[in-house]
Design a protein around this ligand. Sequence first.
Ligand SMILES: Cc1cc2nc3c(=O)[nH]c(=O)nc-3n(C[C@H](O)[C@H](O)[C@H](O)COP(=O)(O)OP(=O)(O)OC[C@H]3O[C@@H](n4cnc5c(N)ncnc54)[C@H](O)[C@@H]3O)c2cc1C
Length: 440
Amino acid sequence: MPASAPRVVIVGGGFGGLAAAKALKNAPAEVLLIDRTNPHLFQPLLYQVATSVLTPGQIGSPIRNILRGQQNTTVILGEVSAVDKDNQCVFVNAADREGVPVPYDYLILATGVTHSYFGHNEFEKFAPGLKSLADAVAIRNKILQAFEQAEAEEDPSRHRDLLTFVLVGAGPTGVEMASAIALLVRNTLKLEFRRINPENARIVLLDMAPRVLGTFDEKLSLAAKKRLEKLGVEVLLGHGADQIDANGVIVAGERISSRTVIWTAGVAPSPAGKWLNVETDRAGRVRIQPNLSVPGHPEIFVVGDTASLDQDGKPLPGVAQVAIQQGRYAGKLIHRRVTDKSKPGPFRYFDKGNMAVVGKGFAVLQSGKVHLSGFLAWLAWAAIHLQFLAQSSLRVSVFLQWVWTYLTGQRGSRLIVNHYGPKRAEAVVDAPLKLTASSK
Ligand SMILES: Cc1cc2nc3c(=O)[nH]c(=O)nc-3n(C[C@H](O)[C@H](O)[C@H](O)COP(=O)(O)OP(=O)(O)OC[C@H]3O[C@@H](n4cnc5c(N)ncnc54)[C@H](O)[C@@H]3O)c2cc1C
């Protein structure tokens, strides 16, 4: 690489950032990819880690391992905290240093989103969201711990709260999580406890919207709702959570007592708009131009969930395909610029469709005029998700795990991983645990 090669800094190694880096593979440029975590994460399967089907290592690969064959690319573990547009540098916090300036000739911001509690940040403490591997493992701990606590609890009147799981938000993540918890209790755990019957667990999925999977066609929403109900999930629509605290959720003035509430509702973009001090949409996503650059800054691109772009009068959705196609486009555009080739036309998103899985052997699929629900949709869902995992080793391992889980009901990782030892549960603090003969 000549010393004069332009430097492309990519912030974020998710779907958008990784696609951009790959598109720059043969570019005469020095590519620097900065991410605050070391894995590239396949977020669509996070719910399977949270519900014990898969292990964290099956849906994430180290970014540097994925890009190991790309000689022009360096991967840095660090968190970007600011951007200086005028001096063309980003500021990075790494393990031992803060605010290290890293200069760029081109910048691609692909920093995704975080949870949004719609102004109720106080809910976060009681209702964790699902965005990272750490979130998924924390939720897995919480779900499995609830069963352990109930088994250890001698007062049956306390079992109900411990075995009530509430999911707030009936989009794809809420629907997939609720159905996966239903399978966990009905198939996997049913023979393993003596004092409790896991099948009696109550699973509640609630949303303010009038239907589940609101972005899908109405018939598919209805099919998904029926399937959820068949699995024993209570679907409460038209009401949000008025209050979430240590004892559960208040919905439409009524309390649902629960020790396990999971937030599967809103997301908010990364602070990219604030770093750049540019126009954002109402949600805070950076408004970008049709070539994905920031107005007035042809050297800065924003892609994926943290960008806002309309196509045919509608904003593009925050889904993996948009991020991948935008990342690829931004990488290609920069490659052409640095090689003085003609620039591509404006970005255009090709919508391949949406899918959501609802338990074993059932999914809904919407792609153009094709609307499908049932086993065929589930097969398509499984094939497409396997195809988009980052590495062949993950594809093989996830495929085998799915076959095993499908045939036996057994899951990949039901470990409660508690690095600092379990906190004493409030439920047993005032009622010391007695191990009687019935509990062996
Ligand atoms: C639970 C869940 C399920 C989903 N299911 C689906 C689905 O079924 N189908 C679908 O199409 N989409 C799904 N999505 C959405 C999809 O995952 C996103 O649209 C996609 O990940 C967006 O890609 P991105 O590159 O914009 O952001 P991300 O993939 O989120 O990547 C952002 C990256 O930036 C890094 N980062 C953030 N801030 C900084 C910083 N300051 N410094 C350094 N690095 C930083 C993060 O660590 C991360 O690696 C799901 C999302 C979630 C959370």
